[in-house]
Design a protein around this ligand. Structure first.
Ligand SMILES: Cc1cc2nc3c(=O)[nH]c(=O)nc-3n(C[C@H](O)[C@H](O)[C@H](O)COP(=O)(O)OP(=O)(O)OC[C@H]3O[C@@H](n4cnc5c(N)ncnc54)[C@H](O)[C@@H]3O)c2cc1C
Ligand code: FES
Length: 321
C-alpha cells in the first residue's frame, strides 16, 4: 500500500482508489461536485511526493507548480503528503443583485461581489448555496465593464441548485462564490487568429463573454459564434447577438436548431467542423453539453485541428451523492 498522509493523518488508500474517496472513507469531508476532473471543486495541495499528471490536467500552471491537484482524479502511485488547499482560490461573499429570465428555463443571475473577485471573461466559478451545496457556472460578464458577476443558469427539474434558485433565492440574499477556474477565455489568442465559439444551451454564457471580450480588445480576424438548441425555445439572447453582429462586421452569429425544419436547422458539430475556412489559423471554444463538446472536439481533431487550438468547458453534472 502506498503511504499517503492527509493533514498529517495516514490515509488507507486501496489500489486504484482516489484521494477523495479515501478521505471520505476515513470520514474527512472534502468539497466535490463533478468527481471527474472538470470543476476543480476538490482541490487539495501536495506538499511532498509526485502528483499524477491526470490530477492536474486543466489546472493553471501557477496552481500546478504549487502542487495543487484534483483529489477526485488523484490515484497515488508513490508516497505523498497532502494538505487542504490554502489560498489557491478566492472565496468571496456576494449579494444577489437581480434574478431574471432569459428564456422559460434559463435564469440570469447577477451577483454583486462584496470584496474583489478577479476573473477572466468566460471562466467559471463555484456557486456555494447555504448548507455548502456547490455547482459550477460560467461567467457571462466582463470584469473590466461589469460591476456584477453574471451567470446563466438552466433550471433542471428536480435539480438541487436549480430548485434553490427557482424557489428560495431572493434579491439581497448573500451567497459565496469561489474560483475562478478554467481556460475558456481570450487570454493568449492572437488578434489575427480566427475564432469559432460553439455551444449548446447555457454554454452560450462563456461564449457571449469571450466574444465581447475579444471585440473590446480589438480582435481583427473573424469571430463566428454558433449556438445550438434542440428547438427554438432553447435559444436566448438572440436580439443581443444579432445586434452585436450588426455593430461589428467581423462578428457573425448562427443558431443551429436540431429539431427544426427551416433554414436554421442543422447539426452543431457539423456546422462547427466546417466553420473555419482557414483551419490552421482558427482557435475554437466549445462549451455546454458534455457529449456534444466531446463530439465537436473529436470531429475537429479528425479534421486536422491541433488539440491545443481547442479550449472547452463541458458542463458535466455533479456526481450523485
Ligand atoms: C465547468 C462547468 C461549467 C458549468 N457552467 C454552467 C452554466 O454556465 N450554466 C448552467 O446552467 N450550468 C452549468 N454547469 C452545470 C451546473 O454546474 C449544474 O450541473 C447544473 O446547474 C445542475 O445542477 P443542479 O444542482 O440544479 O442539479 P443536480 O441536483 O446536480 O442534478 C439533478 C439531476 O439532474 C441531472 N442533470 C444535471 N444537469 C443536467 C443536464 N444539463 N441535463 C440533464 N440532466 C441533468 C443530474 O444528473 C441529476 O440526476 C456547468 C458545469 C461545469 C462542470
Ligand atoms: S474536479 Fe474533482 S470534483 Fe470536480
Amino acid at each position: 500500500m502506498v503511504s499517503v498522509t492527509f493533514e498529517g493523518l495516514p490515509l488507507d488508500i486501496k489500489p486504484g482508489q482516489t484521494v477523495l474517496a479515501a478521505c471520505e472513507a476515513a470520514g474527512i469531508f472534502l468539497e466535490s461536485s463533478c468527481r471527474s476532473g472538470v470543476c476543480q471543486t476538490c482541490l487539495v495541495q501536495a506538499v511532498e511526493g509526485p502528483v499524477p499528471e491526470i490530477a492536474q490536467a486543466g489546472l493553471s500552471p501557477a496552481l500546478a507548480t504549487q502542487g495543487y491537484l484534483m483529489s477526485c482524479m488523484c490515484v497515488p502511485a508513490a508516497p505523498m503528503k497532502i494538505i487542504r488547499q490554502g489560498q489557491a482560490r478566492q472565496r468571496v461573499e456576494v449579494a444577489v443583485q437581480s434574478i431574471g429570465r432569459l428564456s422559460s428555463s434559463v435564469v440570469r443571475l447577477r451577483l454583486e461581489p462584496l470584496s474583489p473577485f478577479s476573473y477572466r471573461a468566460g471562466q467559471f466559478l463555484g456557486l456555494v448555496a447555504p448548507g455548502g451545496l456547490i455547482r459550477s457556472y460560467s461567467l457571462a460578464s466582463l470584469p473590466e465593464r461589469d460591476s456584477f458577476l453574471e451567470l446563466h443558469i438552466r433550471l433542471i427539474p428536480g435539480g438541487r441548485m436549480s430548485d434553490f434558485i427557482e424557489k428560495q433565492l431572493e434579491i439581497g440574499d448573500r451567497l459565496y462564490v469561489q474560483g475562478p477556474s478554467g481556460t475558456c477565455c481570450y487570454d493568449g489568442i492572437s488578434p489575427d487568429q480566427h475564432i469559432v465559439l460553439a455551444g449548446t444551451g447555457t454554454g452560450l454564457a462563456p461564449l457571449w463573454a469571450i466574444a465581447q471580450d475579444a471585440l473590446s480588445r480589438d480582435h481583427k480576424a473573424p469571430i463566428r459564434l454558433y449556438h445550438g438548441a434542440l428547438n427554438a425555445s432553447g435559444l436566448y439572447l438572440v436580439d443581443d447577438l444579432v445586434r452585436l453582429a450588426r455593430e461589428n462586421p467581423t462578428f457573425t452569429y448562427t443558431h443551429c436548431i436540431r429539431d427544426g425544419d427551416d433554414t436554421t436547422s442543422g447539426d452543431l458539430a457539423e456546422a462547427v467542423t466546417h466553420a473555419g475556412t482557414e483551419l490552421t489559423k482558427t482557435d475554437y471554444f466549445l462549451c455546454g453539453d458534455p457529449d456534444l463538446v466531446r463530439r465537436m472536439k473529436r470531429s475537429l481533431f479528425l479534421s486536422g485541428i491541433r488539440l491545443d487550438r481547442i479550449r472547452s468547458d463541458a458542463f458535466v453534472p455533479a456526481a450523485a451523492g
